[in-house]
Design a protein around this ligand. Structure first.
Ligand code: ADP
Ligand code: CIR
Length: 356
């Protein structure tokens, strides 16, 4: 079923990855045995193993290196996805099932930095896929337009604080786009990991951003996932930021049905985002701890946190500002994921302050 061209590209890419110095989870778990078991398979959408792994084949500095070309890929190529998921989400085994949704009790959360000494801003995002649509590599140009067209009337009715405007990337001047990216509101363009995964076809058709007047509530349309729902504001008021995102999700749920799997929770394009899909982050300055990046990394690992640079994933720290967030999103509730971030950040701040 899989064409000779694809098989050749798979063999070639596999051999080169094996010889490479890549530290990706793809390289770690794509053994010759699993490769041979999966290389001839296709999903009913027509996706092959190559469609899932080509981002990791082309970018040896990938952390993960694999995307699900369509929702079925998680099952058809499960022998590869499962160990990668288990590693990334810290122990989610093939027998495990993602728990029921539980946003938890906002009043049990606290301001991460009431004196404003370390936390510059706080952001919580989640991803959602629309039921009935595949992921990026299988979306047609029409799908992109349809998804955007379905969302625009819903955006017009966002209530109260969430009310705002939608801007399509098609009509947005470049300067405005770059300013929104620099200000951390908008996704970047030309992400080579997504490009290699066939996630940027027809760009910028169907891509855009909704934001409220204060830019504390934002929705990304058709970037890595159909929807990214984001709440952010200066300072460390995690309960307010989190509550605003949840309020936004509740409004969208009244109009849309999201793809959810009994085993993986909410479905996303990247296996690192499955389950709750929640990434709760701070932009934080911890000069003493971060004078030794390795120490910061190992501390983060201990609390199941992930360190990113100032402009997000695959970027460097600028001016001593780090992006630190919960790492795992699958196999725990929304409430647990937020709490894991809160506990870890509070601990990191405590340690920073204890260093003379
Ligand atoms: P995500 O997977 O969450 O969408 P990225 O790592 O690509 O993540 O980051 C997206 C954007 O959000 C980047 O501009 C990044 O700097 C910004 N960002 C992330 N966390 C924060 C934060 N706590 N405060 C301000 N901006 C943030
Ligand atoms: C990588 O493997 O580094 C990229 N493909 C990104 C992986 C996880 N990040 C994400 O989903 N935003």
């Amino acid at each position: 079923k899989v064409s000779p061209d694809i098989l050749r590209a798979l063999e070639d890419g596999f051999e080169k990855l094996e010889k490479s110095d890549s530290n990706s989870l793809l390289k770690k778990y794509l053994t010759r045995q699993i490769f041979d078991q999966l290389k001839d398979k296709k999903t009913s959408f027509g996706s092959s193993l190559l469609d899932c792994v080509q981002s990791g084949f082309m970018n040896y500095d990938s952390g993960v290196g694999i995307y699900a070309a369509d929702p079925e890929a998680y099952v058809v190529f499960g022998r590869l996805f499962n160990p990668i998921i288990q590693d990334y989400h810290v122990g989610f085994t093939p027998e495990d099932k993602h728990p029921k949704l539980d946003w938890g009790d906002f009043s049990s959360l606290e301001n991460l930095d009431p004196n404003g000494e370390h936390v510059i801003s706080t952001r919580v995002r989640c991803g959602r896929s629309l039921e009935g649509y595949p992921f990026n590599p299988c979306l047609t140009e029409n799908h992109y337009r349809e998804i955007e067209a379905k969302l625009i009337p819903i955006f017009r009715e966002m209530p109260g604080e969430l009310n705002g405007e939608y801007k399509s990337l098609l009509t947005m001047p470049k300067e405005e786009q770059n300013q929104l990216i620099d200000d951390h509101y908008l996704f970047k363009e030309g992400d080579r990991f997504l490009q290699a995964a066939n996630a940027c076809r027809y760009w910028p058709v169907g891509r855009g951003i909704f934001f409220n007047k204060t830019k504390t509530f934002l929705i990304w349309v058709n970037e890595e996932d159909h929807l990214r729902i984001i709440s952010m504001q200066p300072g460390g008021d995690l309960p307010s930021v989190y509550k605003r995102m949840v309020d936004g999700v509740h409004v969208l749920e009244q109009h849309l049905t999201f793809s959810r799997s009994p085993r993986f929770g909410f479905l996303t394009f990247c296996p690192s985002n499955l389950g709750t899909t929640i990434r709760a982050s701070v932009h934080i300055k911890v000069p003493k701890l971060s004078s030794n990046r390795e120490k910061l990394e190992s501390l983060a690992e201990k609390y199941h946190l992930q360190v990113r640079g100032t402009r997000g994933e695959h970027t460097e720290s600028e001016g001593g500002v780090y992006d630190i967030s919960n790492k795992r999103r699958l196999g725990l509730t929304e409430s647990d994921a937020i709490r894991e971030m809160q506990d870890g950040i509070l601990e990191i701040i405590r340690i920073e302050q204890s260093l003379g």
